[in-house]
Every structure is written in C-alpha cells, then in structure tokens.
Design a protein around this ligand. Structure first.
Ligand SMILES: [Zn+2]
Length: 417
C-alpha cells in the first residue's frame, strides 16, 4: 500500500500534513488512509486562518475522497482544536482538503460536480455509489466558489427570461448576458415580481448596470418597470422569442375554446389533433402534415383565422428598417383588432402599447440574435429536467448556475479527470 501513498503525495499533497498509512476497511470495500499533522507544524485557526497553539483533539473523522478502482476511499484524520489568541476562543483547525462543513473532500466535490453537469444528479450519485444529497453538497460548494470568484467585467447586453418551474404560476426569473461572444447565466431569482427582479440590480451593482446598452425582455410589466428605472440609457428590446411564444399561447387558447364549443354543438371534430400542426412554423411541417394543414385551412374557423394572423405576423422580422416594420405592425394590429378573436386582439393591444420597444429590435440592427435567449431558455429547461430528485427552488437555482453560469472552478493542483 506504500504505492498508494506515493500517488497521493503526487496528486493531493498538503503542506503540514503527512499520509501515514493505507489499509483496507474491515469489510474490504473501502480503502482508508490515515493522515497526521507533520511534526512541528502548528494547526491553522479556521476563523482567522493563522497558525495558533494547540488545545486538544477531537475524535477521528472520515473524509470521502475520489473512489479508486471500485473502492471507496477515505482519509482518516483527527481534527485538532486551537486556543487562538487572535480570536480569543477555542476553535477547530482548518484543513486544506475540506471546507469543514462537509464529509466530502474538496477534490471529490469538484469531481462529482463536474459529472453532475453531464449526468443528472441522480445518475451521478448512482455512478459513484454515493447519495443524491452528497451530489447536491458538491454542486453547492462548487457554485458558491464560482459565484464568489467570477468576474462580471463589462456587460453590454442582457436578456431577461421567465421559466415556469412548477404548477400554479411558480416562475423563476433568469437574467442572461447575451453579448456577442459571451453568453452565460448571470442571475436566478425566485418569482417574477418587482421585489425579486430588483435582486438582480442589487447583486450586479450600479457600476455594472450603468454600462449595459441593450436589454431584451418580454412584456411582463414588473420587468418593463425596473428596466426603465435602472437601465434608462439602454435600448430596451422586446424579445422576438417571447412575442412569438405569447402569440402561440393565444392561438392555443382560441383552438381549445373552439374545440370545446364545436363538441358541445355536436359538429365534426375537424380540430382534433391539430394542436402541433398549428403551433409549429409551417416551414417545419412534413409533407403529410402540410396536406392536413391545407385541409384544415378550408374551414372558416376562428382557429384558422387566428393561425393565418400568426403566420402573417412572421413577416415582421424580415424588415430592416424600423419605419417599414412599424407600418407593417400597425396594419397587422388593425386587421387583428377587427378579427373578433379576443385572445388575438389582446396580443394586438399589447403590441400597440409596446410598439416602440418592439421596433427597438430593428433599431438594434438585429445585432442581438433572438436565437440567443431562446437557446438559453431551452438549455435551462433541459437542466431543470436533469437535476430531478427534489424540485425545490434551491436545487433549480444551483443546477442552473452550475450548467449555464460558466463559473470559475475551485483551483486544484491536480486534474482528477
Ligand atoms: Zn483565530
């Protein structure tokens, strides 16, 4: 077992400590490596991080290290307490391989956290014969380090997005940096209220906020309000992705209402199974779906007219000039207001109210691709599905920062891949 100690000294060596002995546990399922302080070195106070005179010893603790060839590996160490003259207290010593709160070593936490970005947390726990809670601890440790050590730098453009994470209007607010070249999640907030979104501006600080030139968001009033307040100099753009998705929601509502009404009136169920046909962009339909769509469009139904309005609206994004885009938008809203389809009229009214913010999309010369927010939104949804286990706000917050935050990782002297 001497070789094991040689390897450990090569990859996980700490000044002031010595690997003493490696042995199998009683059940032969794990390897235990005893660690002791190097003779003549003083323990470090965990409060002021300075060496301090010893006081006494606690009982031996097990620290879980990266498993090795099918064996769990533990470092066994008896923590000392110091009588610290600076802190005027008896304090447990600080050890470099662990942050004191956890039973996992820092190296193992980083190892697990990296895997938890590729696999679900449950799969990570299973693959390394550990528990979901320990994977949670690992991700929490790595994310906390990353948030503390990340540099915000100059942020030119942000996108504000909301995601429903549970039934009953449970939303998260996500703020992304969407600069050309740097896209990452900057902030996660619970709910989508003024109070919660205010947290973003507080967290970033006035200096960073003042330099933002572009803000993309949807038409949610609390977002609009705070963006006006804090980023008054920035060009505020209503996000194409959110406008399109609101329109899809309205169309879906029209279809559902009409399907119900037709059923009550005993009419042929021509709208049956039409949902995806209508919500999809017509360019993305296959040949047979196209045929069905054409068939459906022969009926003079509200759903059909709403669909045609939605499809016509797509043309807006092809304009280059804000003036012509504005003319098109006005005409579309005028037609829609005469359509007698209430959910679509509601959209038209809201587009009219926010006309200027929509045209800012063209004033920004389409510099910000709407695909960025949409892409990040999709990634966020995938992450939320993968972190499964316990779907609490804290879990989602950590999982989102971990996979989309591009956070710096704790530094290690060896890369445990
Ligand atoms: Zn101290």
């Amino acid at each position: 077992m001497l070789q094991l100690i040689t390897i450990l000294n090569r990859c996980h060596h700490f000044q002031g400590f010595v690997y003493q002995q490696a042995r199998f546990s009683a059940d032969h399922k794990s390897i235990e490596i005893t660690v002791r302080p190097r003779k003549g070195t003083r323990a470090i106070c965990s409060r002021c991080h300075q060496p301090a005179p010893g006081y006494d010893q606690l009982t031996e603790r097990h620290f879980e290290f990266i498993p090795f060839w099918g064996f769990l590996v533990f470092l066994l160490y008896t923590m000392r307490r110091v009588d610290c003259p600076r802190c005027h207290a008896v304090v447990v010593e600080q050890v470099p391989w662990c942050d004191g709160k956890h039973t996992l070593t820092k190296a193992y936490m980083l190892f697990l956290a990296r895997w938890a970005r590729r696999l679900s947390w449950k799969e990570t726990a299973e693959a390394f014969r550990t528990s979901w809670e320990k994977v949670f601890d690992a991700v929490e440790h790595v994310v906390a380090y990353g948030l503390e050590h990340r540099s915000l730098g100059q942020i030119d453009a942000i996108g504000v997005d909301e995601i429903q994470y549970a039934k009953g209007h449970k939303y998260l607010t996500l703020v992304y940096q969407i600069d050309l070249g740097v896209t990452r999640l900057l902030w996660v907030g619970k709910e989508r209220t003024i109070e919660s979104f205010q947290g973003f501006f507080t967290a970033m600080g006035q200096e960073v906020i003042a330099k933002i030139s572009f803000v993309c968001s949807d038409m949610w009033e609390p977002y609009l309000k705070l963006i006006r307040l804090h980023c008054s100099e920035a060009l505020h753009i209503l996000d194409r992705f959110h406008i399109v998705s609101n329109m899809n929601k309205a169309l879906d509502q029209v279809r559902a209402e009409e399907t119900g009404r037709m059923k009550r009136e005993g009419r042929a169920p021509v709208l049956k199974k039409s949902r995806w046909l209508l919500l999809r962009h017509s360019e993305n339909l296959g040949a047979e779906q196209h045929f069905r769509l054409r068939d459906l469009l022969r009926y003079n139904l509200k759903t059909v007219r709403a669909y045609l309005l939605k499809e016509a609206f797509q043309q807006l994004w092809e304009y280059d000039s804000p003036a012509w885009a504005g003319k098109f938008l006005d005409e579309w809203c005028r037609q829609t207001m005469r359509s007698r389809i209430e959910p679509m009229k509601k959209i038209a009214r809201s587009l009219r109210t926010h006309r200027d913010l929509i045209l800012n999309y063209f004033r920004a010369q389409k510099m910000l691709s709407s695909g960025v927010v949409e892409g990040l939104n999709n990634k966020a949804k995938v992450t939320m599905r993968k972190s499964y286990g316990f779907r609490t706000y804290r879990v989602l917050e950590l999982a989102l920062y971990h996979s989309l935050g591009k956070l710096p990782e704790p530094e290690t002297t060896h890369d445990f891949f």
